[in-house]
Design a protein around this ligand. Structure first.
Ligand SMILES: [Zn+2]
Length: 677
């Protein structure tokens, strides 16, 4: 027995010895990698950042490209700086900065590389390159700076910025390891929406390095290296000439322009005013300019077209007319006078004896009566039940126009707006069957609880241009190749209104432009524009001026929405601007030079004064780049009583917009201050 145990123990020790011998043999003879590493830490893994994809316009003009720069990384455990003062002199930083950057890198990871200094130009790189032999643990990586060929379209393009700690943490949750601290990532706009296409694939290079940190060539002849693959290029649907022109028309103003090609849903231009030079947010000056822009009371960092909130005003009457015709509660020849409506017209006009004239003159009582017929278009006897059922049916039809829905544009932060439903009014009036038509009558003329954004209204213009359908608006018509896009951007969506009803409404829009609510500056003799004005009440003072249109009448090439905040009536302000954009796009040039000059120079100084005063009364908040958009949205809600604490995401909170009195007793219907035409 003893013998057996003795042999067993002997055998056990021999086995262990064998394992050790084998391991030693492997380490010393076979595995070169480990040998090198054991002696000098001598394999250097170099991450190669690919170039970000480029952005072209619809005519293949380059909009966004890259300039090569160099980023310096530190790996704290390997880093040795014998003479800190000299190092600081070479890179032009203070000792304090050096200490703080080194500390941050150590906190992140002692063994993984952290960004130390970013975006040294080619010249700077050449100057410091030789000195790097004395600083092991520091290495350069080629990087790139977003470069813009024009100053147009800053907000829709978005910017690229350093990845936030929150985003890095999110990556760790998902097990993805693409990003490192200090990496650049698309923060807003197309840069964010198409981040995964634009960023490309990282490369890895293994280099042998001697004990002094000098590179001795690729490890195993580069057998394990992986080349970086550049990001994919975006072919935008935007016409950069039209975009720049529309940008210039919106200078000195606050608002939006969205132009869409109706047949394809391709966005031709998307202006958010005020705008900024996109190159300000590219590179080392980012922090400086970001803060300035973020504190601007006019919110240049808010991409208004998909994100700002407005009431549609009288532009909504087009939808009312179409839905009413489809329901059969009116016919093209139905007329209404001014009598019996608590919502009045502030302007004199011939009797709205049919749908066409109602649109031409933007008659408020006409649409009050029409909406009433729609809401009461059922057999319920109880007036409250009748109203609730009527609203639900009306909602279902209006929602098909995208009102209160997300259109699914390829941009972050698209807001749905609001299409109030039965539940909404039950909440507002504290219970079921507590409200009736008179409580919601302001919706007749787009002045009630309905909230839209300029993108949505440009899409409504496209729906009418197409006589009943749309393709989801989108800003990219190809990834690397035209047509390579999400299939959802090819699908025709019907709004459920018979084609024949559009003829009536379109005739009204032609008449509104030629002999209706549109001022002379908005008329063109050689292009048939079909349009509808809107004037939207808001808490900031003067009404917002709105105009939606398409042209030409047959085979429309462009649909457009123009919003000019606090400018006044839609026909006098937004319509001329829309007409200039349409002329520019269809003809390639503008013949009406005097009108062009007038509207380019037009400004609204009162608006600026009011906004600045409002902003001064509010505590200033500097937000981080990631949260900028959210904070801006909260500040910018244009409806009367919305208050959200700064720094709280609007998406996480239900935004309640009680614009009618809480109690339905003695309900007064909104009568426009200056008419809603
Ligand atoms: Zn009227």
């Amino acid at each position: 027995m003893d013998e057996l145990r003795r042999r067993f123990i002997q055998g056990f020790f021999i086995l262990i010895a064998l394992v050790y011998i084998c391991r030693l043999f492997y380490l010393q003879v076979i595995d070169e990698t480990y040998k090198l590493d054991a002696e000098n830490n001598a394999i250097r893994k170099i991450i190669q950042v690919p170039f970000r994809g480029l952005v072209y316009d619809r005519n293949k003009k380059l909009i966004v490209s890259n300039t090569v720069v160099y980023d310096l990384y530190i790996t704290p455990k390997k880093a040795k700086v014998a003479d800190t003062l000299r190092f600081c002199n070479i890179f032009g930083i203070t000792r304090q900065t050096f200490d703080s950057l080194t500390h941050l890198a150590k906190v992140f990871s002692p063994v993984r590389p952290s960004l130390f200094l970013r975006q040294l130009s080619r010249e700077d790189f050449a100057r410091v390159q030789d000195a790097m032999v004395d600083y092991p643990g520091f290495e350069f990586q080629v990087s790139a700076l977003r470069t813009y060929d024009s100053k147009a379209m800053a907000n829709a393009l978005g910017y690229v910025g350093e990845i936030s700690p929150e985003r890095l943490a999110k990556q760790e949750e998902t097990g993805d390891d693409y990003y490192r601290q200090g990496d650049y990532i698309g923060v807003t706009g197309l840069e964010r929406y198409y981040e995964e296409d634009l960023r490309g694939e990282r490369g890895i290079k293994y280099m042998m390095v001697n004990s002094r940190g000098v590179e001795k060539g690729p490890f195993k002849g580069g057998a394990f290296d992986k080349n970086p693959i550049s990001g994919k290029n975006l072919i935008s649907s935007v016409d950069i000439n039209l975009q720049a022109y529309a940008d210039s028309l919106m200078q000195h103003k606050v608002g939006s322009i969205v132009a869409i090609e109706p047949s394809s849903g391709e966005v031709l231009a998307m202006v958010s005013a005020p705008t900024y030079d996109p190159s300000l947010l590219s590179g080392r000056t980012f922090s400086k300019y970001f803060q300035t822009l973020n504190l601007n009371p006019l919110h240049p960092l808010l991409n208004r077209p998909p994100s700002a909130y407005y009431r549609p005003g009288s532009t909504f009457k087009i939808i009312q007319a179409l839905v009413a015709l489809q329901m059969g509660v009116i016919s093209p020849g139905t007329g209404f006078g001014h009598g019996g409506s608590p919502i009045r017209c502030s302007h004199n006009h011939p009797v709205a004896s049919d749908v066409q004239k109602a649109i031409q003159y933007s008659c408020n009582p006409y649409f009050y009566q029409t909406y009433k017929r729609m809401i009461y278009n059922n057999t319920e006897k109880n007036i409250f039940k009748k109203s609730a059922l009527g609203l639900q049916r009306w909602d279902d039809m209006v929602a098909k126009f995208g009102i209160g829905q997300s259109l699914g544009i390829d941009l972050p932060n698209e807001k749905k707006g609001k299409l109030p439903n039965v539940e909404y009014y039950n909440n507002m009036y504290h219970g079921e069957l507590t409200w009736k038509f008179s409580n919601i009558a302001s919706n007749s003329i787009g002045e009630g609880e309905i909230i839209v954004n300029p993108l949505k209204m440009a899409n409504v213009a496209a729906i009418i241009a197409n006589r009943g359908w749309y393709i989801r608006p989108h800003l990219v018509k190809g990834i690397d190749k035209v047509g390579e896009i999400d299939p959802k951007y090819k699908e025709k969506i019907s709004v459920g209104i018979d084609r024949r009803h559009f003829a009536t409404v379109i005739d009204g829009m032609v008449a509104a432009v030629n002999n209706g609510t549109v001022s002379g500056d908005g008329r063109m003799s050689d292009i048939q524009m079909c349009g509808k004005t809107g004037t939207s009440q808001n808490r900031h003072g003067e009404n917002h001026s709105i105009f939606i249109a398409f042209a030409p009448k047959e085979n429309p090439k462009i649909a457009i929405a123009v919003f000019v905040e606090n400018a006044g009536s839609g026909g006098a302000h937004a319509a001329p601007i829309a007409s200039l954009c349409i002329e520019k796009y269809i003809k390639g040039h503008v013949d009406r030079k005097a009108i062009e000059t007038k509207w380019m120079n037009k400004s609204y100084p009162n608006l600026l004064t009011i906004r600045k005063a409002n902003a001064a009364a509010k505590p200033k908040t500097v937000s981080k780049p990631d949260t900028a958009q959210k904070v801006d949205e909260e500040l910018f809600l244009t409806t009367p009583t919305v208050t959200l604490p700064l720094g709280v995401s609007a998406q996480k909170n239900t935004v309640k917009i009680p614009m009618s009195p809480k109690k339905p007793v003695n309900q007064k219907v909104t009568t426009p201050k200056k008419g809603t035409h």
